[in-house]
Design a protein around this ligand. Structure first.
Ligand code: HEM
Ligand code: SF4
Ligand code: SF4
Length: 529
């Protein structure tokens, strides 16, 4: 799948970089796609209630009532109808882009399969809700949609009598059919809400509301569109004639032209095949298994920080099972744990100042333990450095740290940048292992483990436990959150940081190697020309 994911991800990162510049990360719509999907849904729901009040479910009255709200009450009914239409389109757009983005970022495989798989019925339900809506207007487009949809459904051997027969002549169609349709148009979105709720069951702290500025801007955009390009009907339906030309809403009805050129069976095969492929995608190919985090009860005091920081709801606090004088203990659910290590970064016992034999935190990854990280750090910082030495802590999902190493710069990679306990920064600087610490990881809003960057920022700024101690000199810490298109800027930021460190009073521990850091910039420059 990487052959599809990589170009898609690069495309997203390139566009997102521009949106970051224009809107800033907080208002970047690409970082709020799921939340915008919800926002549009609520606009659809509220405008839908108003439109329903004015709507009449009779076969002849339906069209007239929609015309009334569009033209006689354009200032409110018309705007509400247009908001209902455009927000529904917006929801489809957000859903598709959100799905493609999660796919490109690889945030759907392994133990994250559940959120993806529950997203698949959301696609169907959203489309079904929109299509039944088009039907209700009972204009020429509705007639086309009704006939094509029912003929398509009739291919399935589930209806006693073909439902397409209802549209053979005006005399056959009765009001009850519209009442049934109205019921479906309301029931499907209600089911959708339930499935959306299930969709988020394994996502901790899901972002369901967009940033306020983004919400206001998006809403204003929809209102302006509704005023200047109001949604209109396409002339009353007439079952005695076949509509010659209809304007399609491509967000909902893009597949309909296929039914004109292919057989119904072929379209069923295509749609079922695509749905099945989407549903099994998290296992193509299966993700490499990693060992889940493990709790060491002797070192766990039940403080809850790990459970609070875990982005996957994989940790629960349970009554104590040993004799230690604490009321609760952390317990990891291996079926949810993706081995991001964020819990180890959050645990107050994860401190490298303890002796090697004692560095057993309350929670840790067996394959990427903190004791191994400290050993690697000490080994890498033993060799003579330059005039200054920088330790770069990076993350497996961001820009590869191996490419960042150079004379005077040592780099270590963690599963996620928030797997780094802040005390490691203190350790590096207070023990004179380096003159500065540089942190890097995924771009803000693109973090593979969702909260890695946010938690790290909060810990450094002392907004979230475990705090970086006050004694740690902030001028010796730098950070840069980067995606692959930012590689050059990241290099530059490390070099600039090293140059700044040179101007600070020497901290001891590192030995001269002259202009090593300046050379790094020159060595790297031709590669990016
Ligand atoms: C309009 C429909 C949808 C809405 C409103 C929606 C909403 C959301 C929200 C709010 C999140 C949490 C984002 C966060 O806080 O990081 C999320 C995550 C996610 N959604 Fe959706 N979603 C929709 C459709 C879909 C579809 C169709 C798929 C795929 C088939 C999908 C796959 C995912 C995945 C893979 C995640 C990330 C889970 C993780 O990080 O572990 N979603 N969605
Ligand atoms: S953060 Fe550490 S000490 Fe606190 S509950 Fe989790 S494992 Fe136990
Ligand atoms: S490693 Fe990550 S997913 Fe697993 S329990 Fe710790 S924070 Fe949660």
């Amino acid at each position: 799948m990487t052959f599809l994911q990589r170009p898609l991800r690069l495309g997203f990162q390139w566009v997102e970089g521009w949106f970051d510049l224009i809107f800033g990360p907080a208002w970047n719509p690409f970082y709020n796609l799921g939340a915008l999907g919800f926002f549009y849904f609520w606009i659809v729901a509220v405008s839908g209630v108003y439109v329903y009040i004015l709507f009449d479910t009779g076969t002849t009255q339906a069209y007239d009532s929609v015309e009334y709200m569009t033209h006689e009450q354009w200032y409110l009914g018309g705007v509400m109808r247009s908001l209902h239409r455009y927000a529904s389109d917006g929801m489809v757009l957000m859903m598709v882009v959100h799905m493609l983005r999660e796919f490109s970022l690889d945030r759907y495989r392994g133990k994250r399969w559940f959120t993806w798989v529950t997203g698949v019925p959301i696609v169907w339900l959203t489309l079904a809700a929109g299509i039944t809506g088009y039907w209700m207007v009972w204009d020429k487009l509705a007639q086309y949609v009704a006939i094509v949809s029912t003929e398509w459904l009739d291919w399935l051997p589930i209806f006693g009598e073909p439902i397409a027969r209802n549209f053979l002549a005006p005399s056959i169609l009765d009001d009850r059919f519209f009442t049934l349709l109205t019921f479906m148009h309301i029931a499907v979105p209600l089911v959708l809400v339930i499935v959306l709720w299930i969709h988020l069951q394994r996502v901790s702290r899901p972002k369901v509301n967009p940033a306020r500025g983004l919400a206001v801007g998006t809403f204003a955009m929809l209102v302006v569109l509704s005023l200047f390009e109001p949604a209109e009907s396409q002339g009353p339906a007439d079952l005695a004639t076949v509509p010659a030309v209809v304007g399609l809403d491509w967000f909902y009805l893009a597949a309909y032209p296929l039914l004109d050129i292919w057989t119904r069976g072929t379209v069923w095969a295509l749609v079922s095949g695509l749905t099945l492929m989407l549903a099994v995608l998290p296992w193509i190919p299966p993700m490499r298994r990693t060992k889940s985090a493990e709790v060491d009860l002797d070192n766990c005091n039940g403080c809850e920080r790990c459970a609070d920081d875990c982005p996957y709801n994989a940790i629960t606090m349970q009554p104590r099972t040993d004799a230690l004088p604490f009321s609760q203990e952390a317990a990891v659910d291996p079926s949810l744990c993706v081995s991001c290590g964020i819990c180890a970064g959050a645990c107050p016992t994860s401190t490298p100042f303890r002796r090697a034999s004692d560095l057993v935190p309350g929670i840790d990854l067996p394959d990427r333990s903190l004791v191994a990280l400290r050993a690697e750090l000490e080994r890498k910082t033993q060799a003579p450095a330059g005039e200054v030495r920088v330790v770069v802590f990076g993350c497996d999902k961001g820009i590869a740290t191996s490419g960042l190493e150079a004379q005077g710069i040592v780099a270590l990679s963690l599963p996620c940048i928030a797997a780094l306990p802040p005390s490691f920064i203190d350790f590096v600087l207070s023990r004179g292992l380096a003159d500065g610490v540089f942190l890097t990881g995924c771009r803000e809003g693109e973090c593979f483990h969702r909260f890695g960057v946010a938690w790290t920022e909060d810990r450094l700024a002392r907004r979230r436990d475990p705090y970086l101690r006050n004694r740690v000199p902030r001028e010796r810490i730098e950070k840069f959150w980067a995606a692959s298109p930012d590689r050059r800027q990241l290099d530059k930021a490390i070099v600039a940081f090293a140059a700044r460190l040179k101007a600070l009073p020497h901290r001891g521990g590192t030995v001269a190697a002259g202009a090593a850091i300046a050379q790094v910039a020159q060595q790297r420059a031709p590669n990016h020309g």
